[in-house]
Design a protein around this ligand. Structure first.
Ligand SMILES: *[C@@H]1O[C@H](CO)[C@@H](O)[C@H](O)[C@H]1NC(C)=O
Ligand SMILES: *[C@@H]1O[C@H](CO)[C@@H](O)[C@H](O)[C@H]1NC(C)=O
Ligand SMILES: *[C@@H]1O[C@H](CO)[C@@H](O)[C@H](O)[C@H]1NC(C)=O
Ligand SMILES: *[C@@H]1O[C@H](CO)[C@@H](O)[C@H](O)[C@H]1NC(C)=O
Ligand SMILES: *[C@@H]1O[C@H](CO)[C@@H](O)[C@H](O)[C@H]1NC(C)=O
Ligand SMILES: *[C@@H]1O[C@H](CO)[C@@H](O)[C@H](O)[C@H]1NC(C)=O
Ligand SMILES: *[C@@H]1O[C@H](CO)[C@@H](O)[C@H](O)[C@H]1NC(C)=O
Ligand SMILES: *[C@@H]1O[C@H](CO)[C@@H](O)[C@H](O)[C@H]1NC(C)=O
Ligand SMILES: *[C@@H]1O[C@H](CO)[C@@H](O)[C@H](O)[C@H]1NC(C)=O
Ligand SMILES: *[C@@H]1O[C@H](CO)[C@@H](O)[C@H](O)[C@H]1NC(C)=O
Ligand SMILES: *[C@@H]1O[C@H](CO)[C@@H](O)[C@H](O)[C@H]1NC(C)=O
Length: 716
């Protein structure tokens, strides 16, 4: 029997609730409690202000804070409005009682107490969630939500006693080589939290690979980014891209919103490798042979890194920070000195622990100059280290990660989390470093295995994909990994049966940009008829005939010149109550463009995530990049344009097509230009959200006529 199954021994498989992650459960039989019969959420008065001090965040919410978010989630997910109050007893029938207790009783995979455990009790009297800490209660409330959704609004009578096997469970986003707006990061935390992941590692600085044959001049202009933005003199000039940065206020908001859902932001500022952004700021600090590597011997290098960390450490609310430190090829001795000096500095400055990517494992020949044991290691590749022998056996703490397994569009290869050969490495759990060779894996109760964090890299940079691509890459990966990182034993078929039921109600986010609709037609406006319309205060109501009542309004005049339609110009607008729709969809417009103010810069349709433009090519502008087709819209002619975007996760191919039916019916793919190593380009498909919010207006730059607009949830 493999070690991972031994850990699962605490979960008798006969008594479990299928959820993501799976929940161990002892049914008391009989019946179910309908949540609609409940009247309130009662927070135990004596614990209302308690915070979990044992987790990774330094800004843990109180039990009362968590209960307020839970109440909001019940409303959003189940339409249940329960008032939150405090009381010292749960004598009240018909309540969800949130309390703390038995904090020493919940054990992780290593047998150590965890503050993230909870007990959920359901009886005819009501529901009680008792956590080892408020964070434990929070995970218990995720179980309440999931089970209610999966059991038609009811919870089975019985008791769930549940605790995670590992303390660090999460994902890493390469926000260095791709900018993600704060709202996206926050929504991602909400998505992760629903599946009980607690860590979002943000990789905040990076660059394209520098290749030795590049000239110094070329390297100094190559794509490199440093995302935190500070107005302080100490770092003036380090970050040159304010519109693609996180200000302190924004970073604060991200951390607070994520902590409110039990997720800690773990920041990484990378050096002495992948440090081109720092070298572009201070070119004298780069190694001549590869300017993305810092010359650690240079007297200003370590002081510069200390100055950067001194500036940003006060921003960060995690107990651990990450300094990167991978792929440094210029000597172990200097590298080890750098890592140890930074670790001592960060500890002295902030009391925080420090993490690095496994790079130069300890060797006897380095003597006392090995990386000190207080630095935790994030293992990432066997060519760098064998974590069991190189680190765990030497008393280092190690975090595992999962290598990306598909290329563009990226996704987590979830089959690997559900299948494994127990004879070799076994199923996928945080302590399984090697699924093919069990000799390389520690026992599941090894207390130095911190957990696992799965990465998403953006090696091809910013314009290779739109922001939401990161969500689609993780859409199934987060829940699949979430179960195993917790210690669950959900099977692939169970996973498939519950994910689609849970997915539409995941609170705190709408990453998929879905729009509630009675049928596959989400909205349909028809301006072809001359029927009288309601006009108030100069605004004409444009009826949505889909049945969803997404009526638009406009101050544009109707015209009969060249057929009935709305006359669009920069003097008037059509505004809809919608913003954006994610894949799948077909967006159709029937329009005639008569004139362009600037033929390279006209916007037909604006949306929350993208705009449809003529540049003069038909173009989608999204995430700061113009994605152009080779065709354009002929002036002075009626055309039907339709944009079709299909599911990338179904067929691993993103196929958005514009068809210009009014012309020749040709369909064209939207392709992204991926700059490879800054040297050459490849074309790859890209999917972009439909822009839905506005037509016309001062900034639109075109005049013409519009006969109709419609959106369906199918890729036709
Ligand atoms: C607490 O609950 C008890 C029993 O239901 C009730 O009598 C009492 O009024 C409640 N106290 C508060 C402060 O709501
Ligand atoms: C690194 O910096 C030191 C001190 O300035 C200098 O002597 C050395 O040549 C530099 N090394 C490289 C490879 O650039
Ligand atoms: C291993 O590290 C822990 C701290 O994580 C420390 O308490 C313990 O003494 C170390 N053990 C050895 C053998 O060095
Ligand atoms: C641990 O890391 C290895 C790569 O070295 C990867 O194959 C494996 O899937 C990872 N496991 C987990 C649980 O992250
Ligand atoms: C499995 O790992 C052990 C320890 O690293 C190694 O000695 C052995 O050669 C590996 N076996 C195979 C089949 O790779
Ligand atoms: C880990 O589990 C094994 C048996 O599965 C046991 O022999 C060993 O003592 C345990 N180690 C710790 C540190 O609890
Ligand atoms: C930030 O500004 C630059 C320069 O104007 C522009 O090229 C880039 O697309 C902008 N980024 C975003 C995300 O809007
Ligand atoms: C546009 O045309 C150029 C030149 O024919 C071609 O290389 C490119 O792939 C085309 N782009 C798209 C998006 O089809
Ligand atoms: C656009 O489509 C409508 C039907 O949806 C059709 O009646 C009309 O003739 C089409 N217009 C052009 C220019 O193809
Ligand atoms: C994408 O980025 C690369 C690297 O910065 C650049 O060379 C390329 O021109 C960009 N492509 C587009 C379409 O912006
Ligand atoms: C396009 O026009 C808009 C609105 O007038 C303006 O804000 C924007 O800067 C223009 N873009 C370019 C690339 O000229």
């Amino acid at each position: 029997m493999v070690a991972s199954i031994a850990w699962l021994g605490v979960v008798p498989t006969a008594s479990r609730l299928i959820g993501i992650p799976i929940v161990p459960f002892q049914a008391t039989g009989g019946s179910h409690l309908a949540l609609s019969s409940l009247r309130s959420i009662i927070v135990d008065t004596q614990f209302a202000d308690v915070r979990d001090e044992k987790g990774e965040t330094l800004i843990p919410p109180t039990l009362h804070d968590f209960s307020e978010v839970f109440a909001m989630d019940l409303k959003d997910a189940l339409g249940l409005e329960l008032e939150v109050s405090s009381n010292s007893s749960d004598a009240d029938q018909g309540a969800i009682f949130l309390t703390l207790g038995d904090s020493g009783d919940y054990l992780d995979a290593a047998g150590a107490p965890t503050s993230e455990g909870y007990t959920l009790s359901v009886s005819a009297n009501g529901v009680a969630v008792r956590g080892a800490s408020p964070l434990g209660v929070w995970w218990g409330t995720r179980t309440v939500l999931q089970q209610a959704i999966l059991n038609q609004g009811s919870l089975p009578y019985g008791e769930a006693r549940d605790a995670p096997g590992w303390a660090t469970r999460g994902m890493m986003l390469d926000a260095g080589r791709h900018y993600y707006p704060p709202e996206f990061v926050t929504e991602m935390c909400a998505y992760m939290s629903f599946f009980k992941q607690n860590t979002l590692h943000l990789h905040l600085s990076d660059n394209f690979n520098v290749v030795s044959q590049y000239s110094r001049e070329f390297s100094l202009q190559l794509f490199a980014r440093f995302r935190p933005w500070s107005d302080s003199e100490a770092v003036a000039g380090l970050n040159k891209y304010k519109n693609e940065s996180y200000t302190r206020e924004q970073f604060e908001q991200i951390q607070t919103a994520c902590a409110a859902r039990g997720v800690t932001i773990l920041p990484e500022i990378e050096a002495p490798g992948h440090a081109l952004a720092i070298v572009q700021w201070k070119p004298e600090l780069g190694l001549a042979s590869d300017l993305s590597l810092l010359n650690i011997s240079h007297p200003e290098t370590i002081p510069t890194m200390k100055a950067i960390w001194a500036e940003f450490l006060p921003w960060f609310h995690s107990k651990t920070v990450h300094i990167g430190a991978d792929e440094y090829t210029a000597g172990a001795a200097e590298y080890n000195r750098f890592v140890n000096e930074m670790s001592a500095f960060i500890a002295a400055e902030s009391g925080k622990a420090m993490r690095i990517w496994g790079t130069f494992p300890p060797r006897p020949e380095y003597g006392d100059d090995n990386v000190h044991g207080i630095v935790s290691i994030q293992h990432w590749a066997f060519f760098e280290d064998n974590p069991l022998y190189d680190y765990l056996a030497k008393n280092y703490s190690v975090l595992n990660w999962t290598t990306r397994t598909t290329s563009y569009p990226q996704s987590v290869d979830i089959r690997r989390t559900f299948h494994g050969d127990p004879a070799t490495g076994g199923l996928w759990y945080p302590h399984i470093f090697d699924q093919k060779n069990a000799t390389n894996n520690p026992a599941s109760n090894n207390s130095k295995v911190l957990g696992s964090v799965a990465p998403l890299w953006n090696d091809y940079g910013q314009n290779a994909s739109v922001v939401s691509e990161a969500y689609y890459a993780w859409r199934e990966g987060i829940p699949a990994l979430g179960d195993k990182q917790w210690g669950g034993d959900l099977s692939e078929s169970e996973f498939a049966s519950v994910l689609n039921v849970l997915h539409p109600i995941i609170p705190g986010q709408n990453l998929e940009r879905s729009i509630p609709s009675q049928s596959s037609t989400i909205v349909e406006y028809d301006f072809k008829s001359a029927a009288p319309r309601t006009t108030t205060e100069g605004q004409t109501r444009l009826d949505d005939s889909s049945g969803n009542s997404y009526h638009a309004s406009t101050n544009c005049p109707f015209t009969t010149d060249g057929g009935v339609g709305l006359a669009i110009s920069s003097d008037c607008t059509v505004t809809t109550p919608l913003s954006s729709k994610g894949r799948d969809y077909t967006l159709s417009l029937e329009l005639k463009v008569d004139g362009l103010t600037d033929p390279t810069n006209a916007t037909l349709l604006y949306g929350g995530d993208s705009s449809l433009m003529l540049t003069p090519y038909i173009t989608l502008f999204a995430s700061g990049t113009y994605y152009r087709l080779n065709s354009t819209v002929p002036l002075g002619r009626w055309v039907n344009l339709s944009l079709t975007v299909s599911k990338p996760w179904a067929n691993h191919r993103v196929v958005p097509n514009w068809s210009n039916l009014g012309d020749d019916g040709a369909r064209e793919e939207f392709l992204a230009v991926l700059g490879v190593l800054g040297q050459f380009h490849v074309w790859a498909p890209v999917a972009i959200e439909a822009p839905l919010a506005r037509i016309g207006g001062e900034d639109s730059g075109w005049a013409g006529q519009l006969r109709g607009m419609s959106l369906t949830s199918e890729a036709l």
